[in-house]
Every structure is written in structure tokens, then in C-alpha cells.
Design a protein around this ligand. Structure first.
Ligand code: GDP
Ligand code: MG
Length: 819
């Protein structure tokens, strides 16, 4: 019988807030995210043919690069209708170079499905992403995939989930195997639903739509029915004991009947949803997406246990003008600034669709977004018409008139020079189809501002011929809109275009995309680390001035001096709440406008305008002028320092005084003066008073006990690392957590598992592995993976995150420059 019809009747597209699920899939690479997504689309009826990552024809991995490598790089969003629910699913990349991409996706999600490989269990990358989701308070359900593989071990994986992810669990279904007498092996053919007490038996080598739903009391024809019945009773009892804490009705009902099987299933579902959303419990499902087994129950799990937008946590909202109140209401969703007419949407992804061109995925956080609305992009200040609005049906965009609160949809704008990049916020008035009538606060608010880490690697790109320049620039433009963790600049000296990114793989994939998907014709240089420069001594103020014959009243002038600092600007005491004049630029550079540095006629004007005596009648606003000054300072610092022509970092630029003529209508002369003043200032310094800055990484190396010595030794001697801790792998934060999780994992009720019988052991999740944590320059970590593998006979693994830039000592400086 068809699975959906057997259990749910026909498929309907729900519209209410409570029917929306915005979820993501997180997992270690290769755990089966793409395969599972593909199956979900198929069972929902959104696609009629099953794609296969190994054949390269899946829906979500549609970029050439992704299909060739069989990995997901860009997260794509697809909408999956399922049993009156609308599941908006975002497939996230698994590799650590794309962590930023994962974090960004996580921020628009209300819940996640964590996919594990039943053979590998909980892997390092899973733990990392799990922690990120946990830190963002995003609830999860777990899907143990690949139950069909040799060596699949359900019980071991469950124990690892408990001990390594330190969480309580409820098993929603367990694997069902049949024994093959000929080969003396067992085959995974279905799942047993613990709540319903039914076996869902799948036809082998079928598309999985045809499922036999067998109540356990009719199981007698099967050999091991007794065992299955016992397992179900044991696990239902365990679930009820766990969930009793979250819903009094469970305890009441049990006390009444004293029978675990008689506690109403719907109450269990509701209690599990509550406990999942509060992140106290994780529901566990199992299956084999590749063999088409167990995916529909997982989809039920998504709709039953993960939160809808009205149950999800509040988005963080930032406005430079004033703080903005945010409320979440279970019925009407999120309300920002108490304004029902305020529509706020967040662009979480820009992709290049093979036939539709640039598509921007947005999540509407409050209000209603309508097609043809005039919106403000609060990041750029641009106002434009968004034109068509679409939602994904499966992976195909369909036009809609409007997108309500909590929904995810797609904008395709074709307005010249107007763009939406990933991470931008759009606002408009729900009734007026424009932003007119919105408050000043509302026109500048930003949703979920996300800190993009600085790029650490660069590669040079050279168009093949002069004629290829335009094509390269256009492709780079597209790539940058998609991925704000990529940066592009032109090296002044060589004229080369430099592309920078988060890691070697990141750049490798970006350049492949440029060449193969976007058709750029170029030569690609060698991947290099991004060093920066800084100064070691403050300079004395330099004044530059010029008379511009175009203006009669006054002249252009700038007086500034340079200094530098170490660490974060907020730790220096330079940015205080009251010191309004400090502005942080890229590269940790700080600009400080000294008191009354503005021209007298502008100071006068500001005073009179604020008293209401006069209008602002100058050709540029004060904000425009200051922004021009800031951007010229930023550009001048990027031009490159004296050591190796690299951009300057952690600098302080003090603006002591600036002048412009009273009859100015442009200030380009000031821009030139700023550049000259900065270059003269740097020129004051001797060679010894300048140095390079290099990226420093927080490194965590995972090794077995026996390799601990060699690995730590190598880190501190050969890699200039400062090792600051060596801990038990499980004990990442507190040992208290470790003990309860360890204890719980050892004692958790589990079904009989052929994998346990086969190995005749009760496999322990406690691995005896250690984590070495250290701080070390990125340069010393290049090519570390093969070295670590050889030191540990393949057993070691590591990950690292950017910690900051650090001044290079004179000895290291020489080594780096010689390179
Ligand atoms: P992703 O990297 O997480 O997106 O994983 P993919 O969906 O690309 O799958 C990685 C590999 O595992 C592919 O070769 C899949 O065919 C295979 N795979 C996925 N699910 C299963 C499964 O349930 N059983 C088996 N045996 N292989 C699977
Ligand atoms: Mg994938």
C-alpha cells in the first residue's frame, strides 16, 4: 500500500504558521544529506525520479562543481509538502571550510535533522556542527542512516549520541532485520515504530513508496516476533519514563492504567515535541536513504517534533538608532518593533540557478512580503522593486503574490545596479507596497547580523586575454553575492585580481566555480596565506592642504596621525560608549575623529540645524562626507604597507582636523589629500618600526592515548604551537557533563541488535581519545593533515578556527619574507 495513503490520506499544502517547518540537515560529509533530501522530495511527490549523488543527478547538488565532486557546497533550499505540512529544507555543506556557510544557514532555521552514518557513528565534524546548533538553541532530531551497510551498528551509534553529544534521547523507531540463512547474514528491511507498535516493512529493491504496515500482534508469522515485541515494550516504557517529566498527563494516564502500552500515543508525541523544542531530549530515527527505507517516518518526525516559526526562538534584531523590541506569538509569529505593518525579510542565500539566473532566498521574519513591493535593503540603503516573488515547489520556483510571516521564498530581481547579497535585510510597509511610512529605526534595522571571519588565503587571477577581463569581473560579482566570505581586490602594483577566502578548499572550489560554472577564462595562481602589515610606533601628525581653483571660499585640508594596537578594539579602551568619534573599519583598523575636527562652518550648521534654525542646505549630508573620509582612509590603508605592499591591520588613524571650502559641491580633493597624508605618515617610519601580521589559529587535535606524546611534541617543536590543554575527548566543557552522559550511555535501554550479537561485545562509546588544544600560526598548519595522519597511522584528526592576527617577531619576519 502507498505509505502516505496508508497513514495520512492525501497530501495537502498547509498554509498556517503551525504547518511550516524551516529546517536544515547537518551532518559529517558523506553521511547522506543529499541522498536523504532527494528521497524526501520524491516521497512528497515533488520529483518523479530518484536522483543519485553517485550518478550526479540530484536536485540539491545542482552545480557542476558539486555534482563532479559529489559533495554539497552551496546550501540550496527546497520546499517539501508533507501531510499538510510545508517543510522548507536547507541542505547545508559539510566541510569545515564552509563552517561559515553552515552557521549562516543555521540562523534561519527553526530546527535541524542531524544525519549520522550507522557505521561511523558520531564523527568529529558532527560534534562541531552539533555544538554550533546547540549554542544557537536550535532543536534537533537525529537520523541514523546507512543501516543497510555492513558494520552498521545502531546501538553503538545511539550510545555515542548520548555520550558524545551529551543529550537524552527517545528512540522513535528501531531497525528491523531479516536473517538470510544462506549467507548467514542479516538484511535491513524496515523499521519498528515504538509509539504505534507497528512494523513498517519495505519491499526490497523498490522505491520505498510501497510499505507494509504490520501491527505487532500480527507479527507471529515472523520468526523473531517475540523479541521485537519485547523491544517495543521496553523502549516504550523508557520513552514514557523520560517524557513523564515533561507532561503530567503521561504520569496521570500511567497511574490510571498501570500499563505502558496504554498511555495515549498523541500525548507522547506532544510531550516529545515539547521536550525536543526545549532541547532536553533528542528523538532518534533510523533508516537507509539509499535503499529507500525509513525516510517517511523521519519526515513525520520533522512535522511532529520540530518547532514551527511560532514556537521557534526570537531572531536577533539590531538597529543603529535605537533598540528594537521583538515578540513571538504562537499564532501570529514574530512581531518586530510592535509594528504590524512592518515587513522584515532576511536574505540568507543567493544562488545562480541554471535556468533562472540569480535567485535570492529570503525568510520573512515579520509581516507580509508582497510581489512588486518596493523594499529597502538596509545593508546598502538601496531602494528597489523586488518584482516577482516565488516559492519553491520541490526545487522549482512558482510565482506567488505574497509571502507570509515565517515563510521562505525566492526573489529574482533584475534591476540594474541593485543587488541583494547573502546576509542583507529587506524592509517594507506591508500595506503600502513600499517603505514609506516606516520609522527611521525600522529603515535601518538589521536581522541576525553575522560576523564574517576575515579571509585567510588568497589566490591571484589573471584574465587569459584583455578581452576576458569583463567576463571575469562579472563572474566574480556573482560569486561574491552568493558567498560573502569571499573577497576580491586588485593589487595596485601588479594589477592582478586577488580572490581571498576561508581555506584552501574554499578557494579551490571558488575558482573551479568561476571557470566551469560561470565561464571565466583566467590563469589561477598559487594559494597563499593572507599576511597583513602594521606599524610599531606612533607617527607625528601630518598636515596636507590644497587650494582647489574650482572653489572660491576656503580650501581642502587634512591633519592626521597613525598608531596601532594589539587585540580587539573593545579591549583597548579606545572605543568607549561616550567616544562617539571612533569607527571600526575592515582589517581591525580604527578611525578616531578628534573633538571638533570638523570645519567651523559645518559645526555651526550642525548646531543651527539641531536647534531648528536652519535647513541642511549643503550638497552632501554630514553622514555622506564622513563616509567619504572613512572610505578614503580604508582604501589608503589597503594600498599596502612598506614591508611587502600588503594592506595595513590593527591601525589607529586619528583625524585631528579636516577642512573643505564652504562652496564645495564635491570633495574629491580631500580624498587625494587623505591618501597622501597616510602615505607620508608611514614614510616617517624606519624598517624596524613596521612588521607583518599573521593569522593565528585555535587548533584542536584528536588523537588516541598512544599518539599523544608524538603529536604534542610535533606541535610545540615543529609548528611553533603553544599547547594549552590536553583533555579527554568527551570532556569538552565540564567533567560533570561527561559523567552523567557516560553513565546514561552505558545504561540506556536498547533493542537487541545483530551488530552487538555479531561482535559479542557491548561496544563502549568511551574511546580513550584525547584532544590537544593549542594556538599556532596558520603558516605552520599548512599541509598538517598528511603529517598528522602519518604520525598517528591514520587515526588522528584535527580542526581549527581563526583566532586573530598577531604581530610577527623579527626572526619569523625574515623567514616569511625569504619565502
Ligand atoms: P552528503 O555528503 O551528506 O550529502 O552525502 P551523500 O548523500 O552525498 O552520500 C554520500 C555517499 O553515501 C554516496 O555514495 C551515497 O550513495 C551513499 N549513501 C547515502 N545514503 C546511504 C545509505 O543509506 N546506505 C548506503 N549504503 N549508502 C548511502
Ligand atoms: Mg551532499
Amino acid at each position: 500500500m502507498n505509505f502516505q495513503i496508508a497513514r495520512f490520506g492525501s497530501r495537502l499544502f498547509g498554509t498556517g504558521l503551525d504547518k511550516i517547518r524551516n529546517i536544515g540537515i547537518i551532518a559529517h560529509i558523506d553521511a547522506g544529506k543529499t541522498t536523504t533530501t532527494e528521497r524526501m522530495l520524491y516521497y512528497s511527490g515533488s520529483i518523479s525520479k530518484l536522483g543519485d549523488v553517485d550518478q550526479g543527478d540530484t536536485v540539491t547538488d545542482y552545480l557542476e562543481t558539486e555534482r563532479n565532486r559529489g559533495i554539497t557546497i552551496q546550501s540550496a533550499a527546497v520546499t517539501i509538502p508533507w501531510n499538510k505540512y510545508k517543510i522548507n529544507l536547507i541542505d547545508t555543506p559539510g566541510h569545515s571550510d564552509f563552517t561559515f556557510e553552515v552557521i549562516r544557514s543555521l540562523r534561519v532555521l527553526d530546527g535541524v535533522v542531524t544525519i549520522l552514518d550507522a557505521v561511523a557513528g558520531v564523527e568529529a565534524q558532527t560534534e562541531k556542527v552539533w555544538k554550533q546548533a546547540k549554542d544557537m538553541n536550535i532543536p534537533s532530531i537525529v537520523y541514523i542512516n546507512k543501516m543497510d551497510r555492513d558494520g552498521a551498528n545502531f546501538n553503538m551509534t545511539v550510545r555515542q549520541i548520548v555520550s558524545k553529544l551529551a543529550t537524552r534521547v527517545v528512540l522513535c523507531n528501531i531497525p528491523y532485520f531479516v536473517n538470510d540463512l544462506k549467507t548467514q547474514s542479516h538484511r535491513f528491511v524496515g523499521v519498528v515504530d515504538i509509539f504505534e507498535g507497528t512494523l513498517l516493512k519495505y519491499h526490497e529493491n523498490d522505491d520505498g513508496n510501497d510499505v507494509q504496515v504490520i501491527p505487532l500482534n500480527e507479527l507471529s508469522e515472523f520468526k523473531d516476533s517475540e523479541q521485537v515485541n519485547q523491544d517495543v515494550m521496553k523502549l516504550r516504557e523508557a520513552a514514557i519514563e523520560t517524557l513523564g517529566e515533561f507532561d503530567d498527563r503521561i504520569v496521570d494516564s500511567y497511574l490510571e492504567t498501570e500499563d505502558y502500552m496504554k498511555v495515549p500515543t498523541y500525548i507522547l508525541h506532544e510531550a516529545l515535541a515539547k521536550a525536543t523544542i526545549s532541547q532536553d531530549v533528542v528523538p532518534i530515527f533510523c533508516g537507509s536513504s539509499f535503499k529507500n527505507i525509513g525516510v517517511q517516518p523521519l519526515m513525520d518526525g520533522v512535522s511532529l517534533y520540530l518547532p514551527n516559526p511560532g514556537e521557534a526562538q526570537k531572531p536577533s534584531v539590531y538597529s543603529p538608532v535605537a533598540s528594537v523590541p521583538v515578540k513571538i506569538d504562537p499564532k501570529s509569529g514574530c512581531l518586530i518593533n510592535n509594528n504590524k505593518n512592518l515587513c522584515v525579510a532576511f536574505a540568507f542565500k543567493v544562488i545562480t540557478h541554471p535556468t533562472r539566473g540569480l535567485l535570492t532566498f529570503v525568510r520573512v521574519y515579520s509581516g507580509i512580503l508582497k510581489s512588486n513591493s518596493k523594499v529597502i535593503n538596509t545593508q546598502t540603503g538601496d531602494k528597489f522593486n523586488i518584482g516577482k516573488l516565488m516559492v519553491m515547489h520541490g526545487d522549482k520556483p512558482h510565482d506567488v503574490d505574497q509571502l507570509g510571516v515565517g515563510n521562505i521564498g525566492v526573489i529574482s530581481i533584475n534591476v540594474e545596479n541593485k543587488r541583494i547579497s547573502t546576509g542583507d535585510t529587506l524592509v517594507c510597509h506591508t500595506l503600502k507596497k513600499s517603505a514609506d511610512g516606516l520609522h527611521k529605526n525600522e529603515k535601518r534595522l538589521k536581522l541576525l547580523p553575522i560576523e564574517v571571519p576575515p579571509p585567510m588565503f588568497s589566490v591571484s587571477l589573471q584574465p587569459m586575454t584583455a578581452g576576458d577581463r569583463r567576463g571575469l569581473d562579472q563572474s566574480l560579482n556573482t560569486l561574491l553575492m552568493e558567498d560573502p566570505s569571499l573577497h576580491v581586490h586588485v593589487d595596485e602594483d601588479s594589477g592582478q585580481t586577488i580572490l581571498s577566502g576561508m581555506g584552501e578548499l574554499h578557494l579551490d572550489i571558488a575558482t573551479t566555480r568561476l571557470r566551469d560554472d560561470l565561464g571565466a577564462r583566467m590563469e589561477i595562481g598559487k594559494v597563499m596565506i593572507n599576511y597583513k602589515e602594521t606599524i610599531l610606533k606612533p607617527t607625528t601628525p601630518v598636515a596636507k592642504s590644497i587650494e582647489d581653483s574650482a572653489f572660491k571660499k576656503g580650501h581642502f585640508e587634512i591633519t592626521l596621525s597613525l598608531d596601532s594596537f594589539q587585540g580587539k578594539p573593545e579591549d583597548t579602551g579606545l572605543i568607549r560608549k561616550d567616544s562617539e568619534g571612533a569607527v571600526l573599519l575592515n582589517d581591525n583598523n580604527l578611525v578616531i575623529f578628534e573633538q571638533d575636527c570638523e570645519p567651523d562652518f559645518i559645526l555651526e550648521r550642525v548646531k543651527r540645524v539641531s536647534r531648528g534654525d536652519q535647513d541642511w542646505d549643503l550638497p552632501m549630508t554630514m553622514e555622506n562626507i564622513q563616509n567619504t573620509i572613512l572610505s578614503s582612509i580604508a582604501a589608503s590603508l589597503q594600498v599596502g604597507g612598506p614591508v611587502a605592499g600588503l594592506s595595513m591591520h590593527s591601525m589607529i588613524v586619528r583625524v585631528h582636523k579636516w577642512e573643505i571650502p564652504q562652496d564645495f559641491d564635491k570633495i574629491s580633493s580631500l580624498v587625494t589629500l587623505i591618501r597622501q597624508a597616510i602615505s607620508t605618515s608611514i614614510g616617517q617610519l624606519s624598517e624596524k618600526q613596521t612588521t607583518l601580521m599573521e593569522p593565528i589559529m585555535d587548533v584542536a587535535v584528536h588523537v588516541g592515548d598512544s599518539d599523544l606524546g608524538t603529536v604534542s611534541q610535533d606541535l610545540s617543536t615543529a609548528r611553533a604551537a603553544q599547547v594549552h590543554s590536553i583533555d579527554d575527548e568527551l570532556d569538552s566543557t565540564s567533567s560533570e557533563k561527561l559523567y552523567w552522559a557516560k553513565d546514561l550511555a552505558e545504561n540506556i535501554p536498547l533493542p537487541q541488535d545483530p551488530a552487538d550479537l555479531a561482535s559479542g561485545r557491548h561496544s563502549s562509546p568511551i574511546s580513550g581519545r584525547k584532544v590537544v588544544k593549542a594556538i599556532t600560526p596558520l603558516r605552520e598548519m599548512m599541509g598538517y593533515l598528511p603529517k598528522l595522519k602519518s604520525l598517528t597511522r591514520g587515526h588522528g584528526s584535527y580542526d581549527m578556527v581563526y583566532s586573530g592576527m598577531q604581530r610577527v617577531s623579527p626572526e619569523r619576519l625574515k623567514v616569511i619574507l625569504d619565502e
